[in-house]
Design a protein around this ligand. Sequence first.
Ligand code: GTP
Ligand code: SPV
Ligand code: MN
Length: 580
Amino acid sequence: MTTQNANLASWVEEVARLTKPDNIHWCDGSEAERERLIEMMLADGTLLKLNEKTYPNCYLHRSNPNDVARVEHLTFVCTPERDDAGPNNHWMAPADAHAKIDALFDGCMKGRTMYVIPYCMGPIDSPYSRCGVEITDSPYVVVNMHLMTRAGSDALKRIEREGTFVKGLHSIGDLDPEKRFIMHFPEELTIKSIGSGYGGNALLGKKCHALRIASWQARQEGWLAEHMLIVGIENPQGEKKYVAAAFPSACGKTNLAMLIPPESHEGWKIWTVGDDIAWMHFDEEGQLRAINPEAGYFGVVPGTNRKTNKNAFDMITHDTIFTNVAVTEDMEPWWEGRKNGTPVIDWKGNKYDPANGPAAHPNSRFTVSAKQNPSYAPEAEDPRGVPISAIIFGGRRASVAPLVYQAKDWEHGVLVGASVASETTAAATGAVGVVRRDPMAMKPFCGYNFGDYWNHWLAMGQRSGKLPQIFHVNWFRQDAGGNFMWPGFGENLRVLRWILDRCENRAAAQETAIGYLPTKDALDTSGLDIDDATLETLLSIDNEEWKTEVAGVREYFESFGDRLPAKLRERLDQVDRDLG
Ligand code: GTP
Ligand code: SPV
Ligand code: MN
């Protein structure tokens, strides 16, 4: 196979001249291709076969222990002007970045096969979808891209028809962290990544293309590329509404997208459209519509069990690639919070000893086709996407942020999104549990200056008379003993119900300086084991704490200088005054 697209053909030739692979393989996305790659990876130890009886067609990949998460300090946005990347990104001048990384790519594929993966982000026939081509020397990346995107011949046909695509060059290099870089050239629609085989560093369709490059394109073209799940909520009368929600990495998107209604909610159904990324456009009627550009899930494994997320638990019992989990004696995958079985070998492949830390890496992941999800929404394949009623922002906050509140209007909602802060998690290397500002859950993923991004969000608000309502949630509030105060998971449906009722003006709320909070009676807590004092804390704000919070947001905003939209400063001042 090769291609009729001259631009693609010459780029592949140019890359081959630089990287010097032994072979070039054009991926067609077929089952036969996948089987051949799996056989090869089983033979060389890249994959281990898991228990065929209980976990048919499941494999374990152990990544290099120095390569287990996204590396934000090695991720660069390379725009000609430093200010266009903004203080929210690491920056390098494009010419310097190309020179630096091309030197590392020189000859790096000697003795290896170079795979060319044409892929489509979004339904293959959607006008909102965008194509890319990833070149990689990692067969693990190939089989993951096959699950995570619509990859192969159909994507290539669309590229040949449209003529445009995002170029992504990837090599695992020698996995030396000193020679690891993830570089983005938005104006060239190009990504270059070397030295990591892990998730968001290596599956270039995901964070590199569908967020960093796409957010930059979305700004030029008047749409939004966001780190958001998309979920459909069907009430007992059969009415379906959709919401999009942005939470930082490992803060609950996959779980909310696959939520199972609790027993108290007979007749309710949840439909998953997407669990990580949303591309949103206004249609001719001014309705915001979202597609999920992905076709699979690269989800956090630890914490998944029959009680927290039965859909995910069942979904990953077959045809799944596990990365960095432990195994039991009978070669079943094992992780912390599985609530079943005993680990014997840890994620590094050593005999499990609790003295060496958790058995599964806290950022261990499953890769699985979305079609395996019992709650997969058929509308996820709809080229028009789904209508969005509400946009939710959220973070992991042990204190300060209440369970839920509603922004006063779109502009205030942009302030709420821009003010998101969250405790860091194992999804990126570095300290865990430190509160940091993570606007719109996009801190690691916005491909340009946040000041311009907030301006773009404000401008989007001028484009329609029927904008979605904007909310903020926090499932992670803790009591003095460090216990979560809200039961979370399936019970989060109660909060979604209040949110949808607010969108229809049918639920009570109390106005505060930061927005509308549910009155105690407005949130259905029937049958929940939660005392009055706890509920009171979850549904109220402490003005002194919030004065401090606002001061923190102000200081952060000022780091954007004159790129900060004046409107945001005004709205923050208003909140400050209202707090007293
Ligand atoms: P990325 O894939 O990194 O973008 O993460 P995500 O936002 O999809 O996070 P995910 O749903 O995988 O959740 C991450 C962790 O948070 C898991 O360990 C979950 O068990 C835990 N979690 C999710 N929802 C809740 C909740 O409602 N309450 C509590 N206490 N924990 C939750
Ligand atoms: C995240 O870190 O937000 C993820 C996992 O969804 S990764 O694909 O590694 O970015
Ligand atoms: Mn994510």
